[in-house]
Design a protein around this ligand. Sequence first.
Ligand SMILES: O=C(O)CCC(=O)C(=O)O
Ligand SMILES: [Fe+2]
Length: 317
Amino acid sequence: MSETRKRKTKNIPNNSISDKDKTKEGETKTVSPKSNIPLRVLSRAVVIFSLLIIVYFTSNDGAFKIFAKQNEVISGKGQIVECSSAYLREIDKFEGCFPKQCKRFVTDKVITDKEVDELLMIAKKGLKYGGSSGGASILDLHSGALSMGQHFINFYKRSEGKNVFTEKDFTTYKVVKNKIKYSIGHYFGVNPEKIYLTHPTFFSEITSKEAVTVHDEYWHPHVDKETYKSFHYTTLLYLTDYNIDFKGGRFVFIDEKYNRTIEPRKGRVSMFTSGKENLHYVEKVTSGTRYAVTISFTCDKQYAIGDPDKRKFNNDL
Ligand SMILES: O=C(O)CCC(=O)C(=O)O
Ligand SMILES: [Fe+2]
């Protein structure tokens, strides 16, 4: 920048804006005040513009970083974050469940394509019996909760649902849940036998439909530990692809300096400690349908739930 400035001004004699200025050897050019002012203005504008760019890129507002792109295959990518004090205080009493570090971790290598396809089928065949009047529907395989209009019904109490899910469906869920549980053990340095599946564990289906009730408003920033008291480790398994099956709907961690975005990808698992250190939201889905499963774990045995079970579905438990 200063080079440009030097080059533009070096042939202008001191205090003589209307003097003659040498351009090429032996040639002279009259520099009038009129033609000189725009040059100065231009170079100042360039300086100001450059400064604005620097300020923009070094300021915190509106700065996003893509943590996990949809079109890359991530073996494992983690980011350590400072545990919130409330989270630490609470988790301190659960031996073996205390994470080495609070963090978020993404991997595309834990769940197979076949498992994702099977889970997507489970989600679709259950959710087709319900559906929220707004854009966000859930199906909880454990409790049977299913979005229906502006409410939830217990799908396990409906006769039409009796033979919707097979033993194999429940086995797939259990296998996937266990893989994720052992991954948490591995990546967070905790004893997998000391973390327990907790309520709610659900499939979600999000469309671009306008929200009708608060249950449809998934885009608000929140802390999972505050929304779901028993959560200590949240995991999300994505069943559809961002920008292919749907648009919008990226998951965003809100951080001090940059927000970090996870673009859903089939089979992608995102795991994170559920405290304030992992404040997040989901962007509004603008088209298509987004499917995911939330499978979360607690350190507190009193909030442990069993695996979803076909006998429960058949109402004979
Ligand atoms: O579906 C997602 O990506 C995240 C959903 C979420 O934040 C939640 O259920 O608490
Ligand atoms: Fe959440």
